[in-house]
Write a protein that binds this ligand. Structure first.
Ligand SMILES: Nc1ncnc2c1ncn2[C@@H]1O[C@H](COP(=O)(O)OP(=O)(O)OP(=O)(O)O)[C@@H](O)[C@H]1O
Length: 344
């Protein structure tokens, strides 16, 4: 099912949590909403779910207006970080819950529910655990059961809000691969909230980067990494060195004037040049389009050399990765040429 969000705004008192947000999730797509705390990810997810309602704007599913439709009528599966299972029910009863509470005329026969639960236990790879109670499961197993419960109603859309937030790093990693497989097998449209960029990059078909109630960029993991639309996206996703520049007539003067770089976008005035640590190469003295830095520390990591460095006129310490054989010592001034950079 495709989801369209058009010009959604949501205010809490005088505070704007969502500011004219528009977004489209394609049929079968896995979208990640990524952004810092307070950027509006959960509010957007809740609005799509029908658990919260926008002050302005429209939500539609497959072209059909859903803006005023309550959550229960949207056929959505949810998994939340703290959406606890029912403690007094077994795993199987938890999974069956959404079906057993249906009105009699909509409720599947008991045998059909049993078969469905068995299928879902297979899908989440816990076929033997149907009779256990939630307290007898690990955190990761509980979240898998929560997902099976969400899938039992055969939702048209799956919404997950930091579902792995409370789990430790290794379990999170395992569950990620597993969630992606389930998404692919079921063919559902999935929208996933996270503030963990690694999780978003690994899981999603497209990432929606949010900040301050607005969308900064929507793009594939490759796009948001290689072609960030804004300085915020560039520094939020992956590591970036940020050099203040003054832009004039197709050149950008770095720091206090030690070097200039080409500015293909031909901006004017104050800006910032972003270059990722591994997007530089060492240049020979006198070469153009390179900037001098003083080496503060050097450390070998596998086959590369990680430097921290400083530059006159740049307040922040800088980080670069060069090939391991690069000749230099702490205290040297070296010239670096950015192979790839962006000026904002
Ligand atoms: N019911 C509410 N009443 C008042 N303010 C709210 C309410 N819900 C959310 N907000 C505010 O709206 C902003 C966005 O909140 P939201 O939960 O959508 O952010 P988020 O990006 O999901 O953050 P986090 O990663 O911390 O969950 C926050 O500043 C939050 O304090």
């Amino acid at each position: 099912m495709s989801i369209t969000v058009e010009n959604i705004s949501r205010r809490f008192g005088g505070f704007t949590a969502l500011d004219r947000v528009s977004l489209e999730a394609r049929r079968g797509e896995f979208l990640a909403l990524l952004g810092p705390s307070g950027s509006g990810k959960t509010t957007l997810l809740r609005t799509i779910a029908g658990l919260d309602f926008a002050d302005e704007g429209r939500v539609s599913f497959e072209g059909q207006d859903m803006t005023g439709t309550p959550a229960a009528e949207r056929r959505i599966g949810f998994v939340f970080q703290n959406y606890a299972l029912f403690r007094h029910m077994t795993v199987a009863q938890n999974i069956a819950f959404g079906l057993t509470v249906r009105k009699r005329r909509d409720r599947p026969a008991r045998a059909a529910i049993k078969a469905k639960v068995a299928d879902l236990l297979e899908l989440i790879q816990l076929p033997q655990l149907g009779d256990r109670f939630p307290a007898q499961l690990s955190g990761g197993q509980r979240q898998r059961v929560a997902l099976a419960r969400a899938l039992a109603i055969e939702p048209r859309l799956l919404l997950l809000d930091e579902p792995f937030g409370a789990l430790d790093a290794q379990v999170r990693k395992d569950l990620r691969g597993w969630l992606r497989r389930i998404h692919d097998e079921t063919g559902l449209t999935t929208i996933f909230v996270t503030h963990d960029q690694e999780e978003a990059l690994e899981l999603a078909d497209r990432i929606v980067v949010m900040r301050g109630g607005m969308i900064e960029q929507v793009g594939t993991p490759d796009e948001v990494q290689a072609a960030p639309a804004t300085a915020f996206v560039s520094s939020f996703i992956g590591e970036t060195n940020s050099l203040p520049v003054t832009r004039q007539d197709g050149r950008a003067v770095i720091g206090d004037g030690l070097a200039t770089m080409a500015d293909p976008a031909r901006g004017q005035g104050a800006g910032v040049l972003h270059v990722r640590p591994h997007d530089v190469e060492q240049a020979a003295p006198g070469e153009e389009d390179a900037f001098p830095v003083r080496v503060l520390t050097r450390r070998s990591i596998g086959r590369s050399l990680r430097l921290t460095a400083e530059m006159d006129g740049v307040a922040e310490p800088l980080t670069f990765d060069l090939p391991g054989e690069a000749p230099m010592s702490v205290g040297d001034t070296i010239l670096l040429r950015p192979i790839r950079y962006r000026i904002f």
